[in-house]
Design a protein around this ligand. Structure first.
Ligand code: ZN
Ligand code: ZN
Length: 346
């Protein structure tokens, strides 16, 4: 089968590999139908994910059809259409029992697929802990509708969920990339009084304005004025930092009102400074990533009910054999790209 492979720092390659087989009673083999490219794949490519193992197949956001299951798998059967969760988790350890599956203590726990073990930018993928890692896609939900469930939508849902958003709140979201927009959709489900989205890319802001009519948008230069104009207590009640820049991290705590919650969803390239003397007296609560991706059943139900829709984010689709071109477009942010889907032809 064909598999897009992390060869060495700076180089991915489409290679012929053996089709994966069941290795453990909890495994499933999934025939991938649609995969997507994530910014984290680019982080692997550029060598900024030390855990990533050269030789592995990349890709951690995909949907497909279950081909075979190990003897202990109970929740899915061959033939089921499924989403694949970015995180592998056992469902039994202390962290899993508390819903903190990102910190699952299983040797494969956390982000393994497409990082430490073979992922899904390939025709087939082996999914460990399949009872936790796969969710059946409702019949009325298409592959495109379900594609982002396992990673960026899981992240957005988790971020909105841990932020304690109330109906009276002004919520500021920094960053309108794919994760920012998924976060926005999930924040809107909480029905806060006002939502402001800030990004430096005018195309992204236009996308937000076109699709989410009640949301206010601005660039970094206007954000302070806009937040102050639309909040009652000197800053946003909740700030979600999804952009991952140095300036946005500082913006996040500065634009929060005293006693606000600042949820840091972003993954940074380097350490950030918490200027505690300047912050003193603001009494902020920080929540930090990464995602506890155990909410896929809920998000699939919300998609089925028409309350979440990530299809507009998939701006481009390529065949697996053209995946180089897909990466090139995504990496260089050409042609208004938000998310790129890769279609398998098996
Ligand atoms: Zn990702
Ligand atoms: Zn666990």
């Amino acid at each position: 089968m064909l598999a897009y492979t992390y060869v060495e720092r700076g180089r991915f390659e489409l290679r012929e590999k053996e089709k994966p087989v069941l290795l453990d009673a909890g495994d499933a083999i999934v025939r991938v139908t649609l995969a997507s490219i994530c910014t984290s794949d680019l982080h692997i490519k550029h060598g900024s994910v030390p855990r990533a193992v050269p030789g592995i197949t990349v890709g951690h956001e995909m949907v497909g059809v279950v081909e075979s299951v190990g003897s202990s798998v109970k929740t899915v059967r061959p033939g089921d259409r499924v989403t694949v969760n970015v995180e592998t988790f056992c469902g039994e350890c202390f962290f899993c029992q508390n819903g903190w599956v990102n910190n699952c203590t299983d040797p494969n726990g956390g982000w393994a697929l497409g990082c430490r073990i073979d992922g899904g930018q390939a025709e087939y993928v082996r999914v460990p802990c399949a009872d936790q890692g796969l969710n059946r896609i409702p019949d009325s939900v298409t592959d495109e509708q379900a594609l982002l469930v396992g990673d960026v939508l899981a992240t957005g849902y988790w971020a909105a969920d841990i932020s304690g958003i109330q109906k009276r709140d002004t919520v500021l979201i920094l960053g309108a990339g794919p994760t920012g927009i998924c976060t926005l959709q999930c924040v809107l489900l909480k029905e806060p009084r006002r939502v402001i989205v800030c990004d430096k890319d005018p195309h992204r802001l236009k996308f937000v304005r076109d699709h989410y009519l009640t949301v206010l948008t601005c660039g970094p230069e206007q954000v302070e004025d806009l937040v102050l104009a639309y909040s009652d207590h000197g800053g946003a009640d909740v700030v979600l930092e999804v952009a991952g820049g140095e300036e946005t991290f500082q913006m996040a705590w500065k634009l929060a009102r005293p006693n606000a919650t600042v949820t840091v969803v972003a993954l940074y390239d380097g350490p950030q400074t918490l200027p505690l003397p300047e912050m003193y007296g603001k009494n902020l609560t920080f929540k930090t990533g990464g995602v506890d991706g155990c909410n896929c059943a809920e998000t699939l139900a919300l998609i089925e009910a028409g309350k979440l829709d990530t299809v507009p984010l998939i701006t481009h689709t390529y065949a697996l054999r053209d995946i180089e071109a897909a990466y090139d477009l995504f990496e260089h942010k050409r042609d208004g790209v938000i998310k790129v889907a890769v279609r398998m032809e098996n």
